[in-house]
Design a binder for this molecule. Structure first.
Ligand code: FAD
Length: 317
């Protein structure tokens, strides 16, 4: 079932989770071990992130270095199929522009369609580690909206091969990302909002937000979206803070603020177990307020912390 159908058919706030594929070398059981404890909350859907390959330099026997492409977390499509099969829960693979030509993207979409996966979250992806700014593959998609249009074309039976006439239509529900605190490359929030509106006009059926730790940022963002004519559901993305290092890492990597009140509480903590307690309490309060405000879904970034997420969701549902 599509994410948008889950949202439209639900009378209350749904719960969903996001997971990362495991590092290469682990088995599918590591995914089940991660997800099993969260199944008691009956998530409406589970997102699986996509990670592009990285260029690395491997030392050879003669002492020189060889440039190699390494994909540390492969398996997004396979994990989605496994989740659908094992738990009978809808899976939402993330699809990115970075590292993909349009033909590879088309083939990936055909695989997803054949597997009965009819949801995708389309994203641009970040710059590769060795690049200063995002560069698409030659002939690849530059922005999330370009990838979205490719998916929308396939939903209309339009393939890259021009000689395919009356091609079979896929049926993807397309979600996109939104940034309550602005995407870090956007010159201002209004311009960012215009590009978000363009994604919705091109066929995005809902928006999932970047994490935020101050609900006011989400409420202001939703208000601004509505003022810009963005009327699709806006799913809040939520993450617990569980260690002190995140106070500097989260702003640096995800370009989000940590409110002073939360920051002060965490600074006072003696160890990371105490930080986890503070982060859990904060996320419970955030979730309860969002639920009271009638958000469509509480979408949790579980990122290796299933126990913390369970402690939060148990207090909220
Ligand atoms: P876009 O919508 O393409 O926007 C990128 C920037 O360009 C923005 O500043 C925007 O304002 C601007 N812009 C947009 N369209 C245009 C246009 N047509 N012309 C000019 N400027 C434009 N990354 C991963 O690698 N894998 C994941 O699985 C993943 N999952 C994510 C899930 C969520 C919910 C979120 C919020 C982010 C996720 N990311 C993931 C990170 C994401 O790829 C980065 O934030 C990336 O920098 C931007 O992606 P986007 O889809 O928002 O890009």
């Amino acid at each position: 079932m599509k994410v948008i159908e889950h949202i439209l058919q639900s009378k209350g706030t749904l719960v969903s989770f996001e997971i990362l594929p495991p590092l290469k070398g682990k088995t599918i059981n590591s995914i089940y071990d991660h997800l099993d404890p969260m199944m008691e909350f009956k998530p409406a859907f589970i997102n699986v992130t996509y990670h592009r390959s990285e260029t690395m330099f491997k030392k050879k026997l003669d002492g020189t270095f060889e440039k190699v492409e390494v994909r540390k977390r492969p398996g997004t499509v396979g994990i989605c199929a496994a989740i659908m099969n094992h738990y009978r829960i809808d899976a939402v693979p993330h699809l990115i522009c970075g590292g993909f030509g349009k033909r590879e993207t088309e083939d990936a979409l055909i695989d997803l369609h054949f597997l009965g996966i009819d949801n995708v979250l389309v994203l641009r992806g970040d710059a590769a580690k060795n690049e200063s700014s995002f560069e698409p593959e030659p002939g690849g998609n530059q922005y999330a909206i370009d990838l979205l249009k490719q998916v929308a074309n396939l939903n209309n039976g339009i393939y890259l091969e021009e000689d395919i006439k009356n091609g079979g239509k896929t049926n993807f529900c397309i979600g996109v990302a939104g940034y309550p605190e602005k995407h870090f490359e956007a010159p201002n929030l209004t311009t960012d909002m215009q590009w978000l509106k363009a994604k919705v006009d091109a066929g995005a059926e809902y928006v999932t937000t970047q994490m935020f730790f101050d609900n006011k940022k989400y409420f202001d963002f939703v208000k601004l979206c509505r003022e810009h004519g963005i009327n699709v559901p806006i799913v809040p993305g939520l993450k617990p803070i569980t260690n002190k290092k995140q106070l500097s890492m989260l702003p640096k990597v995800f370009h989000v603020d940590v409110p002073a009140e939360l920051c002060n509480e965490i600074v006072k903590c003696k160890n990371d177990e105490d930080v986890e307690l503070v982060g859990t309490k904060w996320l419970i309060e955030q979730s309860l307020e969002l639920k009271k405000a009638g958000v469509p879904v509480l979408h949790y970034y579980t990122l290796g912390k299933p126990k913390v997420i369970c402690n939060v969701v148990r207090e909220v549902v």
